[in-house]
Design a protein around this ligand. Structure first.
Ligand code: SF4
Length: 175
């Protein structure tokens, strides 16, 4: 299948792609992450994602960075803990954009690297993806069987940038 893979960062891409490629899909990455702040952090993660795309040989689409809508959608949820209501909105915004691009560009299906994050709810991500895309969303759990640890190992091996907070400024402050 032609699969559009939402890529949240290079580390998660490294671990997820390693699990998806053996399924025989033709992957294209989609780096849509208006949640990441500040802009310098967005660029660091993008560079790492590009490095992994180059090493594992898949094209990476990068829409313009425009955090305004994300900020507007989450402004009343700044005090939410990681894993709370803000995160579900964050997942939905990114997966909806990935789905829209998938439809417009003729892909067969879409999925995301997000489930490899050890702090992120696989159940919520898969539910949101399925609500948006029905059976076009490939439900996966990339953190299974040591997936998160493997991603960290690959990041070290490829010497890419590894962030120490989830992505938004709220999660950065907490760290
Ligand atoms: S903590 Fe992470 S998943 Fe939650 S809103 Fe912030 S960037 Fe999004």
């Amino acid at each position: 299948m032609k699969v559009l893979l939402h890529v949240c960062c290079g580390v998660c891409a490294a671990g997820s792609v390693e699990k998806l490629l053996p399924e025989g899909h033709r992957l294209t990455g989609y780096y849509f992450n208006p949640n990441i702040g500040p802009a310098e952090e967005y660029e660091k993660r993008l560079l790492a994602a590009k490095t992994i795309a180059g090493i594992t040989d898949f094209p990476l689409i990068v829409p313009p960075y425009d955090p305004e809508k994300w900020i507007e959608s989450t402004k009343n949820l700044s005090q939410e803990p990681e894993g709370g209501k803000r995160c579900e909105i964050c997942f939905r915004l990114r997966l909806q954009a990935t789905y829209d691009y998938m439809r417009s560009a003729g892909f067969d299906a879409f999925t995301t690297t997000l489930t490899i994050g050890s702090q992120k709810s696989t159940e919520t991500i898969n539910r949101v993806g399925s609500e948006i895309g029905g059976d076009k969303f490939l439900t996966r759990d990339f953190k299974k069987q040591g997936g998160s640890q493997r991603a960290a190992q690959l990041a070290k091996q490829y010497q890419i940038y590894r962030q120490n907070y989830c992505g938004c400024i709220y999660s950065m402050r907490k760290t």
